[in-house]
Design a binder for this molecule. Structure first.
Ligand SMILES: O=c1ccn([C@H]2C[C@H](O)[C@@H](CO)O2)c(=O)[nH]1
Length: 135
């Protein structure tokens, strides 16, 4: 399956999905809800929201839920990704989450960021990934 044409991609629909996910976040400790949405190479959309915990350090980022949903709904490769903050504004994924995304999207995964649409290779240069383990 080939990645959808970037120009034809409906970023607005993906943003709406991310904002909807954000509205379901559980973020009572930080007060910082996050929603994430990604397009899969078979046309599915997967989403996630952050889920915090009274044991602060074990809270889950929105991207954790997203990659879990990716797997549980059939796997595949992520092609386009966006996450939003509590105002619905585009947010950059945190460093750990860039690594999570790399596993399932690789360097060509396109991220919508406040600085424009960028491949993950720009956001996580010289990434460590599955290929290193096979060398
Ligand atoms: O990429 C990110 C960055 C932050 N958060 C969450 C973690 C925490 O619950 C809250 C504040 O850091 O935002 C995410 O879900 N994804």
């Amino acid at each position: 399956m080939t990645a959808p044409d970037t120009a034809a991609l409906d970023w607005e629909a993906l943003l709406t999905s991310a904002r909807d996910a954000m509205s379901r976040a559980y973020a009572p400790y930080s007060g910082y809800p996050v929603g994430a949405a990604a397009l899969v190479d078979d046309g599915r959309t997967v989403t996630g929201c952050n889920v915090e915990n009274a044991s602060y350090g074990i809270g889950l980022c929105a991207e954790c839920g997203l990659v879990s949903q990716l797997q549980v709904t059939g796997g595949g490769r992520l092609t386009h990704f966006v996450c939003v903050d509590g105002r619905g504004e585009v947010l950059v994924p945190c460093g750990r989450c860039r690594q999570l995304l790399y596993e399932f999207g690789g360097p060509d995964l396109l991220l919508r960021t406040p600085a424009g649409d960028l491949p993950l290779s720009d956001m996580l240069p010289q990434a460590f990934g599955p290929d290193h383990l096979t060398k």
